[in-house]
Design a binder for this molecule. Structure first.
Ligand SMILES: Cc1ncc(C[n+]2csc(CCOP(=O)(O)OP(=O)(O)O)c2C)c(N)n1
Ligand SMILES: [Mg+2]
Length: 633
């Protein structure tokens, strides 16, 4: 930092404190305290220390150096719920780091802080930072970390903690200390470390970032020890921030890709299945190039937006394709077994619905890095050619090999295949429209009507659907052509992702000129409704359309199924699964948090006008919520 920057960053504030023993914080929000009081922990939560009266100002706390390190990581934002185990880092981020790159985003729950970073990362194409209280904060954060883990999303997290027992204040600080903070989340972290010096912190933070963004991308955690944060950075002049070196995503073995190309070109009925294949917009173009070279159908499972749904080769998830498939190419598919088999619920009857003789090529990083405890690796499926590599990085070589093999004969045959697929695509689009018309006038509103009323108003905006795996209608009926338009879902179906995850997407979109919309399930919002306050406080433009079925409806259906199997009355399945008596007034809830809101709306003819008003609010740079009372799950 230059002297000018330091001044700008408020480093001079410390000099001011030194002479004046003056005030801290925002007068309206926090009572002014003297340095002596601060040293005594007079404002401390549960601390009753004897505290020295004489306070020496620490000119260069370790936490300032930590900020230098964090600033080298190009993190636009860092979400947090405050906690004293990282209070020095927090203060340094504000006053030394000037609350810029990263800018702090205040969250009301650690799960929301991590889920915001999860959504942000997918929309921005780079990680966001998170700071958490090492013990209780991480306990809250874990499900969101697990979601990101399963979704292969990089998040760079910092936890505060104190190891040295001689420095811990009695009481709370012991309750909030842990030998090994990352332990609780280690099964779903790619890497973590507990640095014991500032140089160690610098190396580990940079290493953590590098590891997080190397496919398979995953969350990482570095603990910032409280004493390292709060003690002076000894030898400050000699501390260096190591250069961040990012790895080139690994391409699969060229010979194996050539073999795969041979199989695909020779196939009569090849099928391409993509899940988390396209990490960037380039990935979509690469998949289009391969599919067009082969005139092969693409099944997009939607973990990412892999392929335009307007493209004639886009075929949705069709089992019929798999019946005739002779070569199947899996591109970063989370569940290979599930593409060939189903297990009926509740009978658990196994059906193998694909052609048994199909040859399968799997391009994935799944075997390269996985953990044992949590079972997100899914059931083993024996493939014929397993290629360890990043799918997006491997596609150009695969397409080159395909192109090299093509003869005029192939091209003629492929053109024929392409025509048939084009017809099938048009038919399924028509069928989806007919399906959407069912219950169009119904009240409560049908989910398809809710989706299409909104789409009519935003289709010419640079829209982004923050969570795209919950409702079928947008996937089938909205023209999804850009990578950023459909960002998949929670990853591990941990409910509570949609509200904060969407807000993280909106945070990324704010500076990228995109208009963020999300269909917000009611059950999901209630895990962390404080997200609405974060949206209002940080002026994050997003349109929350409540998809309010007044229930944990998926669970209602599970109970109904069980009642059926047990030969009992299904009419009591609402017990423990519905959100009624009283209904939640989501418009009032949002308003209480400072968000513009309308509803509940159960008359579909009233949707358009309300959506229009909400869209104007969002366009003016603020969040808005429309509560739509829906049927369906
Ligand atoms: C953290 C967590 N708790 C419980 C569940 C089990 N669960 C699966 S779907 C669901 C219902 C969610 O309700 P809502 O978000 O309103 O969606 P709906 O089913 O009504 O469409 C629940 C509770 C889960 N997946 N994650
Ligand atoms: Mg619901």
């Amino acid at each position: 930092m230059s002297d000018e920057e330091k001044k700008d960053a408020g480093v001079d504030r410390r000099a001011f404190l030194k002479t004046a023993a003056a005030t801290a914080g925002i007068a309206s929000a926090a009572p002014a305290i003297t340095l002596a009081q601060a040293a005594e922990g007079a404002q401390g939560h549960g601390a009753k220390g004897e505290g020295a009266r004489h306070v020496e100002v620490i000119e260069r706390p370790g936490s300032d150096f930590m900020v230098d390190v964090i600033k080298s990581l190009d993190l636009e934002y860092m979400s947090l719920n405050p906690g004293s185990s990282f209070r020095a880092l927090h203060e340094s981020l504000i006053n030394y780091g000037n609350n810029k790159a990263p800018e702090l985003i205040t969250c009301m729950h650690e799960e929301a802080a991590v889920a915001m970073a999860h959504g942000y990362s997918k929309a921005a194409g780079k990680p966001m930072g998170v700071a958490v209280h090492g013990t209780v904060g991480l306990q809250h954060a874990t499900m969101a970390i697990y979601n990101a883990w399963v979704d292969r999303v990089p998040i760079v997290m910092f936890a505060g903690n104190g190891l040295d027992i001689t420095k811990r204040r009695p009481g709370t600080e012991w309750n909030h200390s842990v030998q090994d903070p990352a332990l609780i989340a280690r099964d779903f972290l790619k890497w973590d470390d507990y640095p014991m010096s500032l140089t160690h912190f610098a190396e580990s933070a940079v290493r953590a970032y590098k590891i997080a963004v190397t496919p398979p991308m995953e969350p990482v955690l570095v603990t910032a020890d409280i004493d390292l944060q709060e003690e002076p950075a000894h030898d400050a002049a000699r501390l260096v921030v190591p250069k961040l070196a990012q790895s080139v995503p690994p391409q699969g073995d060229r010979g194996a890709l050539a073999e795969a190309a041979k199989w695909l070109v020779e196939a009569k009925n090849p099928v391409i299945i993509a899940d988390r294949c396209a990490r960037t917009p380039a990935g979509v173009k690469r998949l289009v190039a391969l599919a067009e070279a082969l005139q092969a159908p693409v099944v997009d499972l939607g973990g990412r937006m892999n392929f335009p749904n307007t493209h004639p080769l886009y075929q949705g998830a069709k089992r019929s394709l798999m019946k005739d498939a002779d070569v199947v190419l899996l591109l970063e598919v989370a569940d290979p077994f599930g593409q060939f088999n189903s297990i009926a619920d509740p009978t658990k009857k196994l059906t193998h619905y694909a052609n048994k003789d199909a040859r399968v090529v799997n391009i994935s990083m799944q075997d390269v890095f996985l953990h044992s405890n949590y079972q997100d690796f899914q059931r083993y499926w024996p493939v014929d050619l397993s290629i360890n590599g990043d799918a997006e990085a491997s596609l150009p070589a695969l397409t080159d090999e395909v192109q090299r093999l093509l003869t005029d004969g192939h091209r003629r045959a492929f053109a024929e295949r392409g025509k048939k697929l084009k017809d099938a695509h048009a038919k399924s689009r028509k069928h989806a429209l007919e399906e959407a018309a069912v219950g169009w006038e119904g009240s409560p509103v049908s989910t398809a009507r809710m989706c299409m009323e909104l789409y009519a108003l935003i289709r010419n905006e640079p829209w982004c659907l923050a969570v795209s795996d919950r409702l079928a209608a947008p996937r089938k009926l909205w023209d999804i052509t850009e990578h950023h338009q459909a960002l998949g879902g929670a990853g591990a179906q941990g409910v509570g992702y949609c509200a904060p995850g969407s807000l993280g997407v909106a945070l990324a979109n704010k500076t990228r000129g995109r208009f963020t919309v999300t269909f917000q399930p009611d059950g999901d919002l209630n895990y962390s409704p404080g997200v609405l306050w974060t949206a209002a406080h940080h002026r994050i433009p997003i349109l929350y359309v409540m998809f309010n079925n007044r229930a944990y409806l998926h669970e209602t259906m599970h109970i109904q199924r069980m009642a059926g199997v047990h030969g009992r009355d299904v009419s009591r399945s609402h017990i423990g699964t519905t959100i009624d008596n009283p209904f939640v007034d989501y418009a009032k809830l949002a308003q209480a948090y400072g968000v513009w809101a309308e509803g509940p709306i159960d008359d579909p003819s009233k949707l358009a006008a309300s959506f229009r008003r909400a869209i104007d609010v969002v366009k003016s740079g603020h969040p808005a919520l429309v509560d739509v009372v829906c049927q369906g799950a």
